[in-house]
Write a protein that binds this ligand. Structure first.
Ligand SMILES: C[S@@+](CC[C@H](N)C(=O)[O-])C[C@H]1O[C@@H](n2cnc3c(N)ncnc32)[C@H](O)[C@@H]1O
Length: 830
């Protein structure tokens, strides 16, 4: 097994291997989902789209963003493209104008802005936005970077180490943090209590006269209990700095204790199901690693752990009720006393559809009959030509009003209206005019009703979405909520993977002779003065769930044994670069470490600011232009070059095995423009030894490049001049730059190649926003990454590539899709 896994490292040319690679890219950049969602909430996109009367154009949305001195629609478009792909929003093409129109979904209804808390909590909405903002705030996100250090050394949880105290003590000192935390807690309290009350309220509170909510935050949870059971005296118990910001709720005070007889403690918390299939089980496991990063000693517990806690605390008896919330599980909704709840849902839907259809038919028929009757009467009273003209005018106006998005752009009126009017006038002169008038009136009436129905359908849809905010008690709604939790905490996957690579877990497991116990792995972690097996266990539990590692129970000892997988073979540590690159391995570990380094993650937090204000990309605002920063900072230079080199190796192997001979037929020399430390060109030369290779990059990069046989390293500035060769290759360079600089660079490349037989081979992502390819998803996320990192940088669609090439003097091009993140674009000068 271990040998098979090792074998897979070099054999990347099979479909399963591409899938594995794609999975690693996905987890590596999963934090992008959380950040894009955070950006959307900060810009109030869900609120803008939900409160609109219908779908909106990009520029309408951009103009509606509050506090945006210079809204950047083109940046916004890229975040929206990712969120449409994630089904947070919808997009559709306007059939007339061809513009893209965006709309809300039930998922985005979970991300609405929460109005200021009031004592009448019913006026508020169900939203996870405050929780999302809190968990993705740098205060909470940054400690995840320190997970591996925490596992190596123990001590305080990273958040506490960072804040210098318990998070709740920090909240007492810092009003902003206090608000962030309390709002996050209050929003989930509302959701959980509604679910809890509707699933087990009466059972829970039978015979209970008073309830104290211990650590109840600002009191929303207990206030909802008291509202549903007004006979209950509610006590909200928390620390003074929390209570001081709590609104007044009728029936709720702040003192009390539980009586010994007939009393009970109701704990609402996660019960971890590591292999569970429930919609919230996944988030439960991630949340546990979150607790590891935030609270020393804090954790999510399995039922066994809860039992042990309760035993030790003098509670010999307990009962767990699973409810469809993060703190419990959706199975209980199927425990309905009489029928399966899905059956009820189906029946209700069928009845509603039938009723709607009947009502619509009756309304249409009634309106048509009424108009015919009125038409007949009018025709007998007024002069018939007057009626015809008035009818035509009415049609024009009505149709114009029906379709305000498009026809007002037309010089006069919508063309269809003119056609209809002309036809009516002609027919009036041929057929008996009274018949025509009556029929026309009936047709108009039906058209008006049908068009209105369409509109009403849109409106009904919008209000259905709004309605969903309060109606959380159905299975689809739990699924939607679970999706939002998933995206909110997706960055946990990236961070857990980064932690594993930093601890060298893939190397430890792949080099072992067989599966290992937790303590064996902990003991094998390098540079770990005090390895914390219990912390390690929790990161492993998440990564086993993600199928990065395996776990099984040892049949004899009962201990859990962990093993590697083909996925983890993509995360092995790379040996120091040598000129014999075959000795090295295929790994994405250096890329993962770079993209999840705070240098690269921090700019994502500033996406909404960038969309509001424009200016430099967030990375550049912080550190200056990426490649200048590398020139000044040797650590960053190494991080960047290693990351590039590891993907260069993977891509070139795939490229050579899929289109090598075709690409390099008749080519005697190749220059790799922006070639980094030269790995890409070295592989080309190794496969085609007759080719003279030139690796061209800036001098601070060239100075750290190892020597490769057949490759000459040349330092310089590609925007000035590119060394001459039969062909230029340029991988992952053009995506760093805006269109103007790309055209400049491509023109320099064109000058460097012969007019006849020369070509430029671009290896870069071709974005397929709706693509089903295994790497298409990462392509869309990568584009948002470029937005955060490089001013002007972007991933391009085929249409955008074509336009760049046209402007640079390449009238002909060919795109070859290879099973890699990037595609191959061959551009010909004639
Ligand atoms: C994203 S990296 C790609 C590296 C390599 N092609 C690969 O894919 O592994 C972009 C490269 O462009 C280089 N670069 C940036 N500006 C340059 C310039 N003005 N002239 C030459 N190279 C430049 C950077 O130093 C960096 O190595």
């Amino acid at each position: 097994m271990a040998a098979a896994v090792k074998g897979a490292i070099l054999a990347i040319d099979n479909e399963a291997s591409f899938q594995d690679q794609a999975e690693i890219w996905k987890y590596m950049l999963n934090f992008g989902d959380s950040m894009a969602l955070k950006c959307a909430v900060e810009l109030r996109l869900p609120d803008i789209l939900h409160s609109a009367d219908g779908p909106m154009t990009l520029s309408e949305i951009a103009a509606a963003i509050p506090d945006a001195p210079s809204p950047q629609a083109s940046h916004l478009f890229r975040v929206l493209r990712l969120l449409v792909r994630r089904k947070i929003f919808t997009s559709q093409e306007d059939k007339v104008s061809g513009e893209t129109l965006y709309g809300p979904t039930k998922l985005s209804s979970w991300l609405l802005h929460e109005p200021a808390p009031t004592s009448d909590s019913d006026a508020s909405i169900m939203t996870l936005a405050p929780m999302l903002i809190s968990e993705n705030h740098p205060w909470h996100a940054n400690p995840w970077h320190k997970l591996s250090e925490f596992i190596r050394e123990g001590g305080l949880a990273p958040l506490e180490k960072e804040l210098g105290c318990l998070q709740f003590d920090f909240a007492a000192k810092n009003p902003l943090y206090n608000k962030l935390l309390n709002n996050a807690m209050a929003c989930t309290a509302r959701i959980t209590i509604r679910t809890l009350l509707s699933h087990c309220g009466d059972d829970l509170f039978n015979g209970i006269g008073s309830v104290v909510d211990v650590g109840g935050g600002t009191g929303r949870f207990i206030s909802e209990i008291v509202k549903s059971y007004p006979h209950i005296k509610g006590i909200n118990f928390d620390r003074p700095h929390v209570i001081s910001t709590a609104p007044a709720y009728p029936g709720v005070t702040h003192v009390g204790a539980i009586p010994e007889k007939g009393g009970k403690v109701i704990i609402v918390d996660i019960v971890v199901e590591a292999d569970g299939k429930g919609v919230f089980d996944d988030t439960g496991v991630v949340f546990d690693v979150l607790m590891l990063a935030h609270n020393t000693g804090g954790k999510e517990r399995t039922e066994k752990e809860w039992k042990s806690l309760l035993d030790q605390s003098g509670f010999p008896r307990y009962k767990i009720t699973k409810i469809p919330a993060l703190q419990s599980y959706p199975k209980c909704q199927f425990h309905h006393p009489f029928v399966h709840v899905r059956v009820v849902v189906v029946v209700v839907v069928v009845v509603v559809v039938v009723v709607v259809v009947v009502v619509v038919v009756v309304v249409v028929a009634a309106v048509a009959v009424a108009v015919v009757v009125v038409g007949v009467v009018v025709v007998h009273v007024v002069h018939v030509r007057v009626v015809v003209v008035v009818a035509v005018v009415v049609v024009v106006v009505v149709v114009a009003l029906m379709n305000p998005k498009c026809q007002f752009h037309h010089p006069f009126v919508h063309v269809r209206v003119v056609v209809v009017a002309v036809v009516v006038v002609v027919v009036v002169h041929v057929v008996h005019v009274r018949v025509v008038v009556v029929v026309a009136a009936a047709v108009v009436a039906v058209v008006v009703v049908v068009l209105n129905m369409d509109k009403r359908k849109e409106k009904t849809m919008a209000s259905a979405v709004k309605g969903a905010i309060l109606a959380i008690d159905n299975e689809a709604s739990f699924q939607d909520q679970a999706e939002i939790w998933k995206y909110m905490l997706n960055f946990g996957d990236s961070m857990a993977l980064k932690c594993a690579v930093e601890l060298r877990l893939p190397d430890i497991l792949h080099s072992a002779d067989g599966p290992m116990t937790l303590s064996e792995i902990a003991a094998a972690i390098p540079n770990a003065p005090s390895p914390q097996a219990s912390h390690l266990f929790r990161v492993l539990r998440l990564l086993v769930r993600r199928k990065i590692f395996t776990s099984e129970e040892d049949k004899v000892s009962g201990e859990t044994l962990y093993g590697p997988t083909k996925l983890s073979s993509w995360l092995l540590h790379e040996p120091a670069p040598t000129s014999d690159s075959d000795a090295s391995i295929m790994t994405l570990a250096p890329m993962l470490i770079m993209e999840n380094h705070p240098w690269h993650v921090d700019p994502w937090h500033k996406l909404s600011e960038f969309i509001r204000e424009g200016g430099l990309a967030p990375f550049e605002k912080e550190h200056g232009y990426m490649f200048d920063f590398a020139a000044k900072n040797p650590l960053y230079n190494k991080l960047l070059n290693n990351a590039m080199a590891c993907t260069a190796r993977i891509t070139i192997r795939t490229l050579l095995s899929h289109c090598g001979d075709d690409l390099f037929n008749g080519v005697g020399s190749v220059v790799d423009v922006g070639g980094g430390t030269g790995r890409f060109i070295s592989e080309i030369v190794k496969s085609y030894p007759h080719i003279k290779g030139i690796n061209f990059d800036r001098s601070h990069v060239i100075s750290t490049a190892p020597a490769y046989p057949g490759v000459t390293h040349v330092g310089g500035d590609m925007f000035q001049e590119v060394p001459s060769a039969d062909a230029v290759v340029t991988k992952w360079v053009l995506h760093d730059w805006g269109d103007e600089l790309c055209v400049k660079l491509l023109k320099n490349c064109r000058k460097a190649i012969p007019e006849k037989g020369g070509k430029v081979i671009i290896v870069d992502i071709v974005v397929e926003a709706d693509g089903k390819g295994v790497f298409d998803d990462t392509g869309v996320v990568f584009d948002v990454l470029m937005l955060a990192h490089n001013t002007g940088g972007k991933e391009r669609t085929e249409k955008e590539w074509k336009s760049l090439l046209d402007q640079s003097g390449f009238p002909r091009y060919k795109i070859t899709k290879i099973p890699a993140l990037q595609s191959v674009i061959e551009a010909y000068p004639n």
